[in-house]
Design a protein around this ligand. Structure first.
Ligand code: SF4
Length: 386
């Protein structure tokens, strides 16, 4: 198996390695700061220096299992985490030289431990229904499962993974995502696909589930608006490109760069411009530009060129539940992540516009904590944080 890791030169470009030796070398660079800023910079609170110590001494599986306690999909985050915004931005080595490339180590450890199974710490602590099988829902269900809860995950689509299924294979190979999900299933976690929730009242009344956790993702754009990045990417992954000579993508997210690069592969003569104030991963942006994709600051002039405009703000559809929502269509929750309905909680893209898998998973951890430590008899003190 081959791993990507940053090489130690000033240009800091992605290189490919064939063995674990480079991981040991990279982990050995850590200076084990008294106050490790990397941990504070990680939304998932991964104990980075402890993991690097184990990797530096060749204890890979031990390191991977510690990593996986906080990151159940380590092979996926090792490919998608925008670590340049998190641990790498905060690593003290970055002041003088190149920060530790923890994301590369994470990918290495994740791939290495794809066959490891999850151990449960307790049993029969209650039952929770998680609705939505994206990264936030998977993380919530994982944490509850580890602590001994009976958890079912319902996903309305025909596969588990949520928006991760819309990441192009050049960034996240489908087999890696499938393998990660299989690992969870083999460990005993229960996922049901093609399963819509419908009315939640009978579910709560039946007492089969004590609580419901909604991790249903961002509300979709209303139909008939300009096409969104997500839906255009979904179509592009099926081989369908826009029927025009040029497109302008009005977002600089990682998803927007993925879309631009996928369209480039699909339709080499398509003019593609990313029209955004800030673009995501600098390395990905460089790759996109090397493929002939133009990245520029927002310009009104661009809007007049007759190109198909993709993405940008759009009015959202409200969720199909009788719950209080914001004007943007997001579910409103209080500090305990409870919604306006008793025993119904929510997190992830359903309550905020997350920009990465890492932030979505962090939200899933928070939700699991709230579900575990709020008993069913707790009063619903719903007063959403505005
Ligand atoms: S901040 Fe960087 S050098 Fe310091 S402990 Fe974390 S990874 Fe190691």
């Amino acid at each position: 198996m081959r791993y990507n890791i940053y090489v130690v030169d000033d240009d800091s470009f992605m290189a490919t390695i064939n063995s674990a030796e480079d991981a040991v070398k990279e982990a050995s660079r850590c200076s084990h700061c008294n106050e490790p800023n990397c941990i504070g910079g990680c939304p998932l609170g991964v104990p980075i220096p402890a993991i690097l110590s184990l990797v530096a001494t060749g204890k890979f599986l031990e390191a991977a299992l510690i990593l996986r306690e906080r990151i159940p999909l380590a092979s996926v985050t090792g490919r998608l985490c925008p670590s340049y915004r998190f641990c790498e931005k905060n690593c003290s080595l970055g002041r003088k030289e190149r920060p530790i490339s923890f994301c590369s180590i994470e990918r290495f450890l994740g791939d290495l431990s794809l066959n490891s199974l999850i151990k449960q710490r307790g049993n029969s602590r209650g039952s929770v229904l998680v609705v939505g099988g994206g990264p936030a829902g998977i993380t919530t269900a994982h944490d509850l499962f580890v602590e001994g809860y009976n958890v079912d995950v319902w996903e309305r689509r025909p596969s588990i993974g949520g928006w991760l299924r819309k990441v192009p294979p050049f960034r996240l190979p489908t087999e890696i995502l499938n393998w990660e999900i299989e690992r969870l299933v083999l460990s005993g976690m229960v996922f049901e696909i093609n399963k819509e929730m419908g009315n939640m009242d009978p579910i709560l009344a039946s007492n089969h589930y004590e609580k419901i956790a909604l991790t249903i993702g961002e509300p979709p754009c209303r139909p008939s608006q300009k096409p969104g990045v997500e839906e255009t990417l979904e179509a592009a992954l099926k081989g369908i490109a826009p029927n025009c000579r040029s497109v302008v993508i009005n977002e600089g997210t990682d998803g927007a760069i993925d879309l631009a690069r996928q369209l480039r592969q699909l339709k080499p003569d398509l003019g593609i411009t990313i029209n955004a104030e800030i673009v995501g991963n600098e390395e990905d942006a460089k790759l996109a530009e090397s493929e002939g994709i133009s990245i520029r600051k927002p310009s009104k002039l661009l809007m007049k060129l007759g190109a198909l405009t993709i993405g940008g703000d759009c009015p959202r559809l409200p969720p199909p539940f009788q719950l209080q929502t914001s004007i943007e269509g997001l579910l409103m929750v209080n500090e305990h992540l409870t919604t306006s309905k008793d025993h119904v909680y929510a997190a992830g893209g359903a309550v905020g516009f997350y920009k990465s898998i890492t932030e979505a998973m962090a939200s899933g951890h928070d939700l699991a904590q709230c579900l575990m430590f709020r008993s069913r008899s707790s009063a619903n003190d719903f007063a959403p944080q505005l």
